[in-house]
Ligand binder design. Structure first.
Ligand code: AGP
Length: 628
């Protein structure tokens, strides 16, 4: 989704801004632009489409400026056109603004500004900000005061980068319940909505607090509350290596990330399950956190005591999209091992509703980006009510990681492809580990059972490798079915969410319409859509729902649907019923979701590839959904 960047220093701003924007490309966008201050004038260059279009413009007009802001836009208010691309300026070309988030009261503000004689040239909510801050600058002749007045008028959650040609060596950055990071360099400073964009230049960063303004020059960063109170804090010094956007020998990040899943499991297991004879390593060390210089850094681990865990009455999972599917499987796993009732909600469905959690609930937010607006809003509400809150993410630098005292950080790094694959597997593993952890703490499983579960988890990376080795057969099947216009995915029990995830992957990547259902639900309605043109994918793994799933598949077959199974090696029964069988190694039903999703990921990938789709950045999608 939208990305903000900024630069001030000795280098040419445009090239730094473009290289920062490149790091944000993976988040999804449909136009890009920069504004630089050159010779006391604002120069704005922007273009719909990929960053390459902006780069071409910059080649033609090569600005020499050393101060600027930039943006990748994911359209919300107005189509993805040159005109609606950011930065936006006021009529006089005095200020330029880049913006993430939504200004909820922009209609009201726009009417007010039009009545004052301001003319608008775009459909965006952002243009209101440019006119308004310019108006207040006209009144106060002091840009900081103008920005402070501006924030009293804006409703919504947002982040802004603003430059004013009168204050040539300064960027004003505003964060309101969003995400903005300042990267501190040597006589140069950087700004970005995702820290990975500044980490290519510096390992010292300042993350803006929830309602904070930063006044940034090449040598200074001053922080102010919205009320004007100045504060200071030391930077976060990161030790981890910088994020490199590199596909290696792969054609697509998606393919690379699917193949990385066994190593994601290995690394996360090494971190949280170093020894199967010991408890899951979730307990937080007793220290207060921090990085030694007084600034809070998100530290992973769970700080609930044994008696708090024993007294838990419910678990509430909150997430969106693929993370929601991981949460659905999490429910089955936790309930099976601990007996604690688990509810899973799509985070956006919490808006405007009563969230029924209390001091005996553990509320779990799951998010690969850690920036999903609906998930953040829902977990913040759970925390306010007094529930214990836990985050599961691969981004320890994310907003989610900052606001939860209990945190599981999966070891899969940053996922570049917009469609989630390895982060999903990491989230699933987190639920297995969490369930074993809770069960151990509550005495719900004995030491032998716990050891057996952990032993099986350790086998999973190798079993995943065996699934990945089936790639050529899966590719062949995908090509055969790539002309379908509609597909149905079914599964039961632990693999009902797998069916939902399989359908989501196919939709996202290939744009083929696909729906996922609990197999038992087929005859309650969806079966009406089936005929010889609608292939059905069924996940059929031996276990308590195996026969029933096969019966449901029979029902589909009787409607002449072409049948594809994800089934275990050696299962002869499926061969009688299915036209195509994608194989996984024999596995207990309980652990099977860690394997069954892989053929579905690869299937969707190869269908999309066969259709020539933009696999890593599917149309209309964003990696980080920061609007509600
Ligand atoms: C998955 O492939 C998605 N593109 C999407 O559904 C995603 O899982 C969802 O937007 C939630 O994102 P998060 O994990 O960053 O919170």
């Amino acid at each position: 989704m939208c990305g903000i960047v900024g630069y001030l220093g000795p280098s040419k701003a445009a090239s730094v801004l473009v290289s920062e924007l490149k790091c944000l490309e993976y988040r999804g966008y449909d136009s890009a632009g920069v504004a630089v201050i050159e010779g006391g004038r604002l120069k704005v260059l922007k273009a719909a489409g990929k960053l390459a279009n902006l780069e071409n413009l910059l080649k033609e007009r090569a600005p020499e400026a050393t101060v600027g802001i930039g943006h990748t836009r994911w359209a919300t208010h107005g189509a993805p056109t040159d005109l609606n691309a950011h930065p936006h300026t006021d009529e006089n070309g005095m200020v330029a603004v880049v913006h993430n988030g939504i200004i909820e009261n922009f209609g009201e503000l726009k009417d007010e500004l039009i009545a004052k004689g301001y003319k608008f040239s775009s459909d965006t909510d952002t243009e209101v900000v440019a006119h308004l801050v310019s108006h207040y600058y006209g009144e106060t002749k002091d840009m900081l005061k103008a920005v402070m007045k501006l924030v009293t008028r804006l409703k919504g959650i947002y982040a802004l980068g603003i430059v004013n040609r009168d204050v040539a060596n300064t960027i004003y950055a505003v964060n309101h319940h969003y995400s903005l990071t300042v990267g501190l360099g040597n006589h140069e400073n950087f700004l970005a909505s995702d820290s990975i964009a500044v980490r290519q230049y510096t390992n010292q960063t300042l993350r803006l607090d929830q309602s904070e303004i930063a006044v940034i020059t090449p040598d200074t960063v001053k922080l102010y509350s919205f009320e004007g109170k100045e504060s200071t804090r030391p930077p976060i010094v990161s030790e981890s290596t910088r994020f490199v956007v590199d596909k290696g020998d792969y054609k697509h990040f998606l393919h690379k990330e699917i193949d990385e899943q066994p190593s994601v499991l290995r690394q996360t297991l090494a971190k949280y399950l170093p020894d199967i004879n010991k408890p899951i390593a979730f307990h937080k060390p007793k220290s207060k956190g921090g990085n030694g210089n007084g600034h809070h850094v998100a530290t992973h681990g769970i700080e609930l005591t044994n008696s708090q865990i024993r007294e838990l009455e419910r678990v509430q999972v909150l997430a969106c999209g693929t993370a929601y599917h991981a949460g659905m499987i999490g429910k089955y796993i936790i309930e099976e091992l601990t007996g604690i009732p688990v509810d899973v909600e799509i985070a956006s469905e919490i808006r405007g509703r009563k969230l029924l959690v209390n001091q005996r609930t553990l509320t779990v937010a799951v998010s690969q980006s850690g920036e999903t607006a609906d998930t953040l809003a829902a977990i913040t509400e759970a925390k306010r009510i007094g529930s214990y809150v836990l985050g599961i993410t691969n981004r320890p630098d994310s907003h989610l990681a900052q606001i939860v005292p209990n945190l599981i950080v999966t070891e899969c790094g940053i996922e570049v492809s917009v469609a989630a694959t390895k982060t999903y597997i990491a989230q699933l593993l987190s639920f297995y580990l969490l369930a074993i952890f809770l069960a151990e703490e509550r005495g719900a499983i004995d030491a032998e059972k716990s050891r057996t579960l952990k032993k099986t988890l350790n086998l999973m990376p190798a079993l995943q490798e065996a699934v990945l080795a089936q790639e050529p057969l899966i590719q062949e099947a995908a090509i055969n079915y790539s002309s379908a216009v509609d597909m149905v995915f079914v599964g039961r029990g632990f693999n009902y969410p797998t069916a939902l995830e399989g359908a989501l992957k196919l939709k996202e990547l290939s744009y083929i319409h696909a729906s996922g259902y609990a197999a038992g639900e087929l005859k309650h309605g969806p079966i009406a859509v089936l005929d010889e043109k609608v292939p059905v994918v069924a996940v059929v793994v031996p276990g308590v729902v195996y026969e029933k799933t096969l019966s449901n598949a029979q029902e589909a077959k009787a409607r002449h649907a072409k049948m594809i199974a994800v089934a275990v090696e050696g299962d002869k029964e499926v061969e009688k019923l299915f036209d195509t069988v994608l194989r996984i190694p024999p596995i207990e039903e309980f652990f099977s979701p860690l394997l069954t999703v892989i053929p579905l990921q690869l299937f969707s990938y190869f269908v999309a590839e066969a259709l020539g789709k933009d696999v890593d950045q599917p149309r209309n999608l964003a990696k980080s959904v920061t609007v509600e």
